[in-house]
Structure formats: C-alpha cells, structure tokens
Design a protein around this ligand. Structure first.
Ligand code: ZN
Length: 237
C-alpha cells in the first residue's frame, strides 16, 4: 500500500469535522456477503431480472427463493470497516453513513445515522394494507409470505424498475452537500444513482477506497485501490 497516500488520508481524517461515508457492496464482501450481481440467476433470468419489480409481481415465489438464498445473510457480522465507521461516528467525526447495502451491518456495528438508499432486508410491508413485518416474521411464513389480510408482503428493498425513497435521497444529498469530507468506499459508482449523488459534494476532500479503478478516480483527492478492511486496519494503527 502507498504509505504516503495513507499518511495523508490519516491526517485529513484527523482534521476533518464533518465526514460522510458513502458505501457499496465492497464494504460487505469482507462479511462474506457477495455482490448478488456476480451471482448466477435462475433459469434464463439474470440476477438483475429477478431483483425487479415486474419479476416480483409475476414470479413472487421464485423471487423469494433467490432473495433468501442470495441476498439475505442472517449470520453475517460487521467487519472492521463497519466498526471503524461506527467508531468515528461515536467520536463525533462522522455525521452519517450512506449505504447501497441492504444488510443492516452498519447498525449492527453501532452506527446510528445510516441512510439506506436501497432499503433494508430487516423491514417488510403488506402491499395491500401496509402492515409492517420484520424479517423474522416473514422467515416463519410459507413462500411467498402473505399478510393476515391476504395481501402479498414485500421487503422494503428497492428493486429494479422502482424509484428510490424520496426522503432517503433528500437526506443523502443534504449530507453529501454539507460535509467537509466524503469517503466513497467499496463501490465503483456504476449503479444509478450513486455517481449522481457524488456530484453534490462541495467539501474539501473527496476520497475513494475501492478494489478496482472507477471512472470517478480522476475527480478524487485521494484514491486507494485495495481491500477496504485492509485500508481501515492501516488507518487504525
Ligand atoms: Zn395486509
């Protein structure tokens, strides 16, 4: 790892007062949660086809089979990156974590202000009467899970063909446009609307930690291509 870059990053994190993390799938891979986009689909369907609103409506049972198999990881634990972000929040440096992940691991690590722009596996609602169900409730039901009213229960996860929650977008943009440092972690910024979000940044330092190159690298003050947990553990030293 580039020691000079790392030292510079350490220094600016130390001096930063209002930091925001913006994370993607790469933050969860060290918790053994693979990016479902890299998974095999079902029959002739790709994972992207399956995780769509129309597939959910037309093939609800198959949707849930894929969802429970590839997207819900009950035993997953927060890794060093999740813990690091939570520690910095406790110290008053981090105002929020904006995540594209749906796995609840930031909350498990202790982060309080988490904006889940793609929703969460923890919450579910009946599509007919809007009754709330938690993850445990639907795991105990037959697939596809139905509400007492007979309506279909849908996870509060944003599927393809669906819009993001407006409140979450507004909160995320407010955070990004007012922070003094934005650290983009474990995302190549190709999934809409992540790249668009970053354009709202007006602060001092834009940092990108990602395993591979992204089209956004040249816009950043510091770019480190490495495993997120490895970088975090160097920063903690
Ligand atoms: Zn209902």
């Amino acid at each position: 790892m580039d020691i000079e870059k790392l030292e510079k990053l350490m220094k600016i994190i130390k001096n930063s007062k209002h930091l925001v993390f913006f994370g993607g799938a790469g933050v969860s891979t060290a918790s053994n949660i693979p990016d479902f986009r890299g998974e095999h689909g079902l029959y002739n369907y790709t994972p992207e086809d399956i995780i769509s609103h129309s597939f959910f409506k037309e093939h609800t049972k198959e949707f849930y089979e894929f969802y429970f198999d590839k997207m819900v990881y009950l035993d997953a634990l927060p890794n060093d990156a999740h813990k690091y972000f939570a520690e910095l929040e406790k110290e008053g440096k981090v105002s929020s974590v904006i995540t594209q992940n749906i796995d609840n691991l930031h909350q498990l690590a202790g982060s309080k202000n988490v904006i889940e722009i793609h929703g969460t596996i923890m919450k579910n609602h009946c599509m007919k009467c809007n009754k709330y169900y938690d993850l445990k409730d639907i795991l105990n039901k037959e697939i596809p899970p139905r509400c007492d009213c007979g309506g279909l229960i849908k996870p509060d996860v944003v599927l393809y063909e669906e819009g993001l929650n407006e409140d979450d977008i507004n909160k995320a943009l407010e955070e990004i446009s007012t922070c003094d440092m934005l650290i983009i972690v474990g995302t190549s910024l190709v999934v809409y609307p992540a790249a668009g979000f970053v354009r709202y940044f007006r602060g001092k330092y834009l940092v990108l930690l990602n395993k591979s190159e992204t089209s956004y690298d040249s816009n950043c003050d510091i770019v480190i291509h490495d495993d997120v947990c490895k970088v975090v553990n160097e920063l903690k030293k």
